[in-house]
Ligand binder design. Structure first.
Ligand SMILES: [Zn+2]
Length: 167
């Protein structure tokens, strides 16, 4: 997001030169630069044997299931976000998280950091913002995620990871 006004004092920002970045919006009152940075967000495919955890959250996609996702909060590592979002949305515990690369979502200025993780224990106790959460055979997951392009790419990476593991 390109800032025009200072989020702290509300004053109009001026341009300030910053080495490689060029002109950056700057508040002379707060002595703060506001870089045009994306919002970091995690997506995680939780795997239990040959199943994957899918959620239904109609505010994201009306007719598709999705993977667990959430914004990185200030003060936590991205890995902590993965553990926290899984716990908050489904109540289960995970481990062995593995980074699968990033995807940029230009329509929302989001940088999606994608992961897979292994289910450890716990029964699913879904949060209010989740309509339902269910284990689905990984081989059937893509059919249930029609609208979720990033989610489908994550599932394909998971399939690739799992197939190389068994070779
Ligand atoms: Zn300011």
């Amino acid at each position: 997001m390109k800032f025009k006004y200072c989020p702290k004092c509300g004053g109009k920002l001026i341009e300030k030169y910053s080495w490689d970045e060029g002109g950056v919006p700057y508040c002379p009152i707060d002595d703060e630069m506001y870089f045009d940075t994306p919002k970091p967000c995690i997506v995680v495919a939780v795997i239990k044997d040959d199943e994957i955890l899918l959620l239904k959250q109609s505010y994201i996609f009306k007719n598709s299931k999705v993977l667990i996702s959430g914004y990185v909060s200030n003060g936590e590592s991205v890995e902590d976000t993965v553990y926290r979002e899984v716990r908050e949305e489904t109540g289960i515990s995970i481990d062995e998280i593995k980074y699968l690369g990033s995807e940029y979502l230009s329509s929302k200025d989001i940088i999606m950091l994608t992961f897979m993780a292994k289910y450890i224990d716990g029964e699913i106790v879904k949060s209010e913002e989740v309509e339902f959460a269910c284990w689905t055979k990984i081989k059937n997951a893509l059919d249930e995620m029609k609208e979720d392009e990033i989610g489908k790419r994550v599932v394909n990476k998971v399939l690739c990871e799992l197939s190389t593991k068994h070779d």
